[in-house]
Design a protein around this ligand. Sequence first.
Ligand SMILES: Cc1cc2nc3c(=O)[nH]c(=O)nc-3n(C[C@H](O)[C@H](O)[C@H](O)COP(=O)(O)OP(=O)(O)OC[C@H]3O[C@@H](n4cnc5c(N)ncnc54)[C@H](O)[C@@H]3O)c2cc1C
Length: 284
Amino acid sequence: MIPTRFDYVAPTSVEDALSALAEAGDDAKIMAGGQSLLPVLRMRLNAPELVIDLGKIESLRGVRDDGDAIVIGAMTTHHEVLHDPLVNEHALLVARAVHDLADAQIRHRGTFGGALAHADPAGDLGAPVAALGADFVIAGSGGTRTVSADDFFVDIFETAIGEDEILTEVRIPKHTGWGAHYEKFVRIAHQWSIVGVAAAVKSDGSTISDARIGLTNMGSTPIRARGVEAGLAGAEATESGVQAACDRATEGTNPPSDLNGNADYRRHLAGVLTRRAVLKAAHV
Ligand SMILES: Cc1cc2nc3c(=O)[nH]c(=O)nc-3n(C[C@H](O)[C@H](O)[C@H](O)COP(=O)(O)OP(=O)(O)OC[C@H]3O[C@@H](n4cnc5c(N)ncnc54)[C@H](O)[C@@H]3O)c2cc1C
């Protein structure tokens, strides 16, 4: 289908984008890479009168070092994130998840901020950024505010970003030297996660000294598996050593049932995939 008629602007600064947003109110829609927005418009699930394209705002692009965190601009493409040296050195888990996200074409157009703002529970970026304790910087007419990952994801396709606000960047605390793995379960290549597990592990010899675990598609938002994290601290990095902790992967989850699998199947997957992800992150 063809989208309904809309006006289009491509401001070159966040301030101009916010002004356009404030002027149009509910009738405007932000566009980042357009990979999720355009299908929505073409299916006429949304019919904005104005599309505000962030593609010309250079300040929203790129990755920078900011002391104990790296900062990823909202308009940085998945491809750029995947190959960025800072991401690979300090937030390897993010690179691992982006590697498994969609196909090369979509990774060249889709953006880090767009995917997180879209907040699809099956999206692959929520779990790793939640696991690493990221903060989200959101700009509005009154200035910027910072929201923790725990508060950013509100519900299916719903985040803390207000209708008159723009996500500008994501701050990820450095996890330098941590092993990382994203275990994504799909039926066919390039599919959205049926279940995904993001694991970052700090090892001390053969012992896990610290761990961060996030779950994809095990509820309406990404879930930080804190029970698993607590159980892994001090565990031997062996199949049997991590088993009890990984059995806690379903704590606090509320997985959906759909054509790809029912909730019980997803719970089973969560335990199996968590064990695999942790052992691979610990290089076992
Ligand atoms: C065929 C296909 C397969 C895919 N497979 C996967 C997959 O396996 N895993 C996965 O995680 N994703 C997958 N995706 C989605 C991909 O990650 C998209 O890039 C992402 O969902 C949207 O990013 P975007 O930059 O294109 O945002 P857009 O489509 O432009 O925007 C998405 C939504 O976010 C809002 N938005 C965007 N940027 C901002 C901002 N800075 N501030 C406030 N609101 C904003 C928009 O208004 C819109 O509502 C797939 C997409 C397609 C088309």
